[in-house]
Design a protein. Sequence first.
Length: 252
Amino acid sequence: MNHKIYTGLVLRKYPLREADDIVSFWSWEEGKVRLLARSVRKQTSKLKAILAPAAWMQLYAVPSGQMAVVTSASIIKNYPKIPSSLESTSVLFSVLEMVSKATGDDQPNEKISLLLQDSLAFLDEHDEAQKHLDFYIIFIRELMSALGFRFDLSSCSKCGKGDFSGSRPYLDRYGFSVICQPCTKYFPAVEKIDLQVWEYLNKLEIEKGFQQANTADKSTKLKTSQALSRYFQFVIEREIKSQKFLEQNLAL
Ligand SMILES: [Zn+2]
């Protein structure tokens, strides 16, 4: 039979019939894929590995009609401290949800695979709420970068001026770039960005991972995570809308 191997982690499970699940799986090989796991919730199931709450695993699947069917599942690495912490579990759940929303089917992305592996390792090691805030901020930044959204906030994206000491920079929500005060006349959708948030975002270095020095105060971090969440939401909604737009127009 024409087996396929998928290495990665479960993003979400959707119950289907009595004991079957549809599994949304992030794979190293093909990015996000949807697979059918038959009888996975039966006591005797050989696919039990799929139900592990935080694990890096390998699945074998065979094509079958619309959706490939999982034939075997084995855990490569378990992260047992995550499910024992409510806090870590909910952080993991929310970042998996983000990956689920932000990615299309069958689009492999090595950076996202590495980011997810690092995330499991980090959350297994740290269950302190303060570390989770750092994690969340870096995760969104890395995810957006992996998806190809640039984050250059060091200078005005219109005129290139990099000194904002006289006035606060403005944030262009549409591109997540900064605009100096005189250039705001060209941009209808800008909002003032908190100077501390801006400095903090500039300090975070892309692809340095979760262990980098993370020295802003708590209120700056909270504001930063809110700004990043808003931006993420905005980008995802825009992507979904444009996809629908394309599909409708291609159908004509
Ligand atoms: Zn400017």
